[in-house]
Design a protein around this ligand. Structure first.
Ligand code: EPU
Length: 430
């Protein structure tokens, strides 16, 4: 595979009005896979990950690992990684700038090699995203860290077990510290950790490498450090955010969509809110089906760390709520700029007002197609959903954001009956 990650400026052209019907299979979870790849830096043998989505962010992480010196092969959803023979312990700015999750190799490089130089991530479109908790935790584990010339420079003879308490259940900090603790000397206890399913998947991957971890999926992780970690084979969990996006696409178009390859337990609060809004939801084995058979109503949503309502589905949910009969209230508690999508939705005729991290969504009878711009991955997905239900044609620009996290998005939507096509770069904007 070609790991090219240059941004394209393709656009989607969507003819609204089709009612989505059918089944679609969830890809492997982006936010799990990227962390498993980071953890592979510590393996002394080959790692194989299955169910890997072919998305731009995985391509960037392949570049990060190749640069460190790992042998990386990605074909047909299977990712093979061979340990680095001559590691180069640096992750440059151009890669961290493209994808913040590149910073997740920091803990792995420090733990395995005692040295790391990683570009300091800046803010991004969904807001300022600090990494102070990552750095504080690693320092408590004995790392010597400094920031100069835009890079975090870290070294440690060997990390040592520590008692770390996170101020906020940050997903990234939990993962970086969990990875590092596996090779630290002695016991590490990390409190107030994130409980996302992707963290449970990471702990399973690390345990397969020989790590000794207890408490994954609870608010306290206890890790007994080991001296070495081996290679492992692992299958990534289904992507709950992608699955939720398709279920909400079904609801927005008042259709019937079944998503397979997913643990419905990972979407519990989302499915509850969809039921509360009036959708029918049926869970069976690894599949979830939703349908709309009557009027939908407004609901209250407040994003929170797992098991709360995921911030990564808030823009898609707001899009659904923009089309229901009455008023909804949405509070965003995780990211400052996650309401950026609102201005674009309002251009499509939605009636959404925001103040700080609150939004009031007054449902409108119809949206109307217009050109709109995707500012980030989830905003882009939400605008596509809006385009599916809007009258007339919607063009969504800057869809490279969507390519970061959705595998064959337009193909999967078209298989459900959506009138969507990708127009390659080069066509002039209106
Ligand atoms: N935060 C700090 N200090 C830290 C770490 C985080 O202040 O040291 C703050 C951030 O500024 C932010 C909040 O805590 O306001 C949440 O950050 P968190 O660390 O939990 O998120 P993340 O690890 O940067 C991951 C996902 C995001 C997802 C969030 C929350 C990956 C690669 N990214 O980000 O996914 O929204 O957790 O669930 O796993 C996406 O897929 O579209 C996406 C943005």
């Amino acid at each position: 595979m070609d790991y090219t990650t240059d941004p394209t400026r393709d656009k989607y052209v969507i003819d609204g009005g089709a009612c989505l019907r059918g089944r679609v299979h969830a890809s492997g979870a982006k936010n799990s896979c990227l962390k498993l790849m980071a953890a592979s830096v510590m393996a002394e043998g080959p790692c194989r990950i299955r169910n890997v989505p072919d998305i731009a962010d995985v391509g960037i992480m392949c570049e990060v690992l190749s640069r460190i010196g790992l042998g990386v092969e990605f074909e047909g959803g299977v990712l093979d990684m061979m340990p680095a023979s001559e590691p180069r312990l640096e992750t440059p700015y151009h890669l961290v700038q493209k994808m913040r999750a590149a910073v997740d190799v920091l803990g792995a490089m420090l733990a395995r090699y005692g040295h790391a130089r990683v570009a300091m991530p800046g803010g991004d479109n969904i807001g300022a995203r600090q990494i102070d908790m990552h750095l504080k935790g690693l320092t408590q584990m004995g790392a010597r860290l400094g920031v100069s010339h835009g890079y975090i420079e870290g070294s440690a003879d060997r990390l040592v077990g520590a008692h770390v308490s996170l101020e906020f259940a940050s997903v990234g900090a939990t993962e970086n510290l969990l990875i590092a603790a596996c090779l630290a000397e002695g016991r590490t206890v990390i409190e107030n950790v994130a409980k996302e399913p992707e963290i449970v998947d990471l702990a399973a991957f690390l345990s397969g490498m020989g790590a000794r971890i207890e408490g994954a999926g609870t608010s306290t992780l206890v890790v007994e450090g080991v001296d070495t970690l081996s290679g492992v084979e692992h299958t990534v969990i289904g992507d709950r955010i992608e699955a939720g996006t398709f279920l909400l696409a079904g609801a927005v178009t008042r259709g019937e969509v079944t998503v397979t390859g997913i643990d419905a337990g990972h979407l519990e609060i989302v499915l509850d809110k969809m039921r509360e809004a009036g959708c029918t939801v049926d869970v069976s084995g690894d599949s979830v089906a939703t349908a709309v058979r009557g009027e939908l109503h407004g609901v209250e949503i407040s994003t929170l760390p797992y098991p709360g309502f995921p911030t990564d589905l808030q823009p898609q949910m707001i899009t659904l709520l923009a089309t229901v009969g009455d008023t909804s209230f949405v509070t965003e508690n995780i990211f400052d700029n996650r309401f950026m999508v609102v201005d674009e939705l309002n251009r499509l005729g939605a009636d959404i007002r925001t103040k700080g991290h609150h939004a009031i969504v007054r449902g409108v009878p119809a949206l109307s197609g217009a050109p709109v711009t995707a500012m980030d991955l989830r905003a882009g997905a939400a605008l596509v959903l809006a385009g599916l239900v809007a009258e007339g044609t919607t063009e969504v620009y800057d869809i490279e954001h969507i390519d970061r996290g959705y595998e064959r998005f337009e193909e999967k939507l078209a298989s459900l009956g959506a009138g969507i096509r990708r127009v390659p770069a080069g066509e002039p904007r209106e």
